[in-house]
Design a binder for this molecule. Sequence first.
Ligand code: ZN
Ligand code: ZN
Length: 497
Amino acid sequence: MTSPSLPPPSPSPSTPTPPSPSPCFYGVLPTPYGGRGAFAKARIPKNTTILQCDGPYASVVLRKFRKEVCAWCFAWCFESAEGRKSSWSVRLDIVDGEVGPGGQKGKGGGGVIWTPWFCREGCRGDWVREYFWCGEESGSESLVALMNTLEKTLVAYRTAKSRPKSQPASTSVPPPHPFTFLDTWTSADVSESSIDSAWKMAEILASNLKKPSKILEVLEEWNAASAEDPRELLTEFEADCARFVLDGIVRQALQTQVAIAVTASPHTALGSTLAIDLHSGSTAATLPNAKPTGLWQDLLHLQNNELQHIRSKPYMLGVFIRVYLFLQYIVRTAKPAQRKRREGQVFGLNGNTAFIKRPAFLETLGMFLEATDSVRAILARDHGNVFGIWEKGLPHSEDGGREGEREGSGDDGEMFGWGMYVFGSYFNHDCTPTVRKQQHGRSLHFVTTRDVEEGEELCINYIDVSMNNGVVSRNAELSKEWFFECGCKRCRRERDE
Ligand SMILES: [Zn+2]
Ligand SMILES: [Zn+2]
């Protein structure tokens, strides 16, 4: 999960063939060695951008970097055009949970502990637009409410835990907990059915707990049964996974709301605007090789790595289920502060007045979480389908775009977070890649490293393929993290040497 990665080239007969993400340069076809890959439809010259992904479907900037890395373009303040800065200064202004126009310092008190930080006004505007729902502010407002609830819950738990208790902690053995077996189970226990039943248990447990606070108790008891002195409700990694999944579920909910509105009113101007929003989402999408964030269906087309991932790291299912239960609590308890005032707000659709109540967005989100499917679908594709967001911030050019680029495997420097670029995940690995990845702010570009002949497979590198990383060490990493042995020309040659 911590490396730029792609689905391993292993057979996946149950996965339907996805629509080709770029009709112009390549087709997504089965490979001779199993799985699928991207193959050039015609000769492609060197330095051609064969795909540009405008943004991730879901992403997370790690908590420790939240003031240093722009929430929108991922620029790093230490490499600001104005010189080294210790943090960005533009933040989303929040007044008692309400998303304001920004720039009004001093109003953001009232228990608000989370806000996205931006490198400049333009990025803030783009961020807000991304989560606004066609003029409604439900998306960004709800997202802020959710993120605040998430951070507050973690901080409140930590604070309570670090205070000495008035009563000595019970020394008795904690009662058996339904999920502790996940902390100690081994690869031999992992099967499709054992994973299914653990998820089912989590789903039933959560639906039986009518009071959200009971969910936190379950997590707390689970932690108590697993560790000596758990002072955190979630580990930092679990919390980042929760933020990542939440971002994906919010997008899924926004897309679903838009889809409902389009279905309700397909022929109105508003319906058309919504449809355009849903399917392009960006001006860059007018270019033939540019792809927007993608739809939920596009995400589902990505290879599901759940079984392989949990088999190689059995503790990961415990991580996944903690994330699911925690998000259940967050979605059930998050409340935008201005919810009451906005209740019953009128939202017109071609003369047919639809009443979009304030909590509708959160209710939609809650619906997605009743079953484990959405959370599970994202987590099952997280490993092997995400790209790291790396320390490669570059100064902004005059027009606000990122100028220049730094290439390479992307494995150098700090990783600020990760993102799932759904259309970028069809490229397989090769130790002499024909395609390189370039981070341009929020978007990810795929550029040919040499002339590629018609029918040749287009590959990137998932790991460091520099000359000082030999065939043995490369393959150790590939099999550990991506569950395959590389059979590329270079590996075959180096093995023979
Ligand atoms: Zn920015
Ligand atoms: Zn290789």
